[in-house]
Design a protein around this ligand. Structure first.
Ligand code: ADP
Length: 539
């Protein structure tokens, strides 16, 4: 027997319809490529996304065609999120920080037909367009008068020229909620990038889940700053969740340095921000010498790579900002866990609460996690025993785009992370499977070693990698960037480890470098670091 309720498909157009109607004057603020601040609101975003819908129809673009973006976080990108997906075409957000050859590979693999780009990326597009035959329309995210005269890109149009004359009322089509909505490729540190193709249903369920009080706790009282790029797993779904709850959105554009981010937070009374640890490191380093504080920021989600405890402490103690440590992956839309406390933790002393907050957190309704030991059996939940982490759920990948074989094992997605789980379901990432250091048959977590290093007052950044060892197989070494103007010796740093970790886990060596290579999504590139170090040693 069926229930007797209305069937309304879970569609992305429903989100913008809702926000446009119910939160019309809630602001959408963007720092533009030109450096100025642009002010819009949900009503405008709604109207302009309907203009996009008309413009796409005029291009005669089939349902399911891919419309790509090479763009920063901003209002035009947001409009494309709704205009493209709302009409059952697929928004393919591309990470512009990838190597040009990889970019061309991705565009060709996705068979993108339209490519919209911020003017910052004009040189990139000029190098790309001859290698990407499927792209029929090139659109620069600017005004018509800002279009370059001789770009060399055939038929280049401006975004404002493209949508400007269109009607701002469009009847959003209704279709199956399992229809593809957006596409995001993993950065592919090994092999070719792989595409995760989200559906309207997975996107909406993820948006519901992310907004829950124990997750991001988003509401119409929030002013939300996604520093995490809209080309990186849809800015962790924030554009969708914010439309769902009617939150104000504040976009940093290309300016993600500490000074610009701090100014934007203060000017726009940001209450909630989200990004990877490297961005927050830049922000805190900017603020510390100036002795400035946040006047509105309450919570910040930090994820994408392990958030060092020292950063959680700095936010809490120096600024009264609650850090929500989160773990996720492109293949998980991306949220897998977020660290918030339970009722029984509220009476614990602060230092014990902090111990919990340092973990990557617990899953919430919609994602299920399991950890298997070396024998493929369920690992005990004691917070100590580790194993391979698997996920399944309503917004977890089933198959990669254009790959016949599913990556699932018995219906579960292998995340490639090694983790522990405690009795209360709090998961802690020990390492990525390929980064864990195996010394004398025991495992050393490179994350733990890095966290200790960055808690030293003179260390700006640290990466722990393995070196081959004839006796122990592998031993850890730590590569360190010292804060400007400070000095640190190898002996001092190694002495700092004593008492903070088991003796045999203390790195064998410290290598000081000027910079550590950071990848397209703000994570340390350990492969590149290993190569660089080998090159250094070669002469
Ligand atoms: P890519 O490898 O393309 O950067 P993702 O951005 O999807 O792909 O990265 C997912 C991986 O990032 C996870 O499998 C995990 O190793 C790492 N990660 C994400 N969040 C955290 C976190 N809070 N702590 C530790 N590692 C994390």
């Amino acid at each position: 027997m069926y229930g007797l309720m209305q069937q309304r498909e879970l569609l992305i157009s429903g989100l913008i319809e809702f926000a446009q109607k119910n939160h019309a004057d809630t602001e959408i603020i963007s720092r533009r490529v030109e450096g100025d601040i642009h002010r819009s609101n949900w009503a405008e975003v709604g109207k302009r996304s309907q203009q996009i819908a008309h413009a796409l129809k005029r291009m005669d673009l089939a349902v399911g065609s891919r419309v790509a973006t090479l763009a920063w976080n901003g209002y035009r990108h947001l409009e494309l999120y709704f205009g493209v997906s709302g009409t059952a075409r697929v928004l393919h957000t591309i990470n512009p920080r990838l190597h040009p050859d990889q970019l061309a590979w991705i565009v060709n693999h996705a068979e993108d037909e339209v490519l919209c780009f911020d003017m910052t990326f004009l040189p990139l597009v000029q190098a790309l367009h001859a290698k990407t035959p499927t792209v029929k329309h090139w659109i620069a995210l600017c005004d018509t008068h800002q279009l370059p005269k001789d770009s060399g890109i055939p038929g280049l149009q401006s975004y404002e020229g493209w949508i400007g004359q269109e009607d701002s009322a469009f009847d959003w089509p209704q279709f199956d909620e399992n229809t593809a909505s957006s596409l995001c490729y993993t950065s592919g540190t090994t092999g070719h990038p792989k595409g995760t193709l989200y559906s309207h249903r997975s996107t909406l369920l993820h948006a519901f889940g992310a907004a829950l009080p124990d997750v991001m706790n988003l509401s119409a009282t929030d002013s939300v700053l996604p520093v995490v790029p809209m080309f990186h797993v849809n800015a962790w779904g924030l554009p969708y969740s914010c439309a769902m709850v009617g939150a104000k959105l504040v976009f940093p554009g290309p300016a993600m340095d500490g000074k610009s981010v701090y100014e934007l937070i203060e000017q726009e009374h940001v209450t909630f921000a989200a990004g990877v640890p490297t961005v927050w490191q830049m922000l805190l380093s900017h603020m510390k010498p100036l002795g400035v504080r946040f006047s509105s920021l309450k919570r910040t989600v930090i994820g994408g790579s392990a958030c060092p405890p020292s950063m959680i402490h700095a936010f809490k103690q120096d600024h009264g900002v609650e850090v929500l440590h989160a773990w996720g992956m492109t293949e998980l839309s991306p949220l897998g866990t977020l660290c918030s406390l339970k009722n029984k933790h509220m009476s614990l002393p602060l230092d014990q609460q902090m111990k919990i907050r340092l973990k990557q957190g617990r899953s919430f309704f919609g994602v299920d996690l399991k950890i298997l030991n070396d024998q493929g059996q369920l690992q005990v939940h004691d917070g100590q025993s580790y194993g391979d982490l698997y996920a399944k759920g309503s917004w977890v990948i089933n198959k990669y785009f254009k790959q016949a074989q599913s990556p699932l094992i018995d219906g579960w997605f292998p995340t490639g992370d090694v983790a522990t789980m405690d009795e209360d379901g709090y998961m802690q990432v020990v390492d990525r499977t390929k980064d864990v250091i195996k010394s004398g048959g025991e495992w050393i977590s490179s994350i733990d070693i890095e966290n200790i290093a960055v808690s030293h007052p003179s260390v700006a950044m640290a990466a722990c990698i393995a070196i081959a060892d004839p006796k122990w197989d592998e031993r850890p070494i730590v590569v360190v960037v010292v804060k400007p103007g400070l000095v640190l010796s190898k002996e001092e740093l190694l002495a700092f480890y004593v008492g903070k970790t088991a003796k045999w886990q203390i790195p064998d060596d410290v290598i000081f470098v000027d910079a550590i290579p950071i990848g397209a999504t703000g994570k340390i590139l350990k492969n590149k670091l290993r190569e660089d170090l080998l090159k250094r040693e070669a002469p």
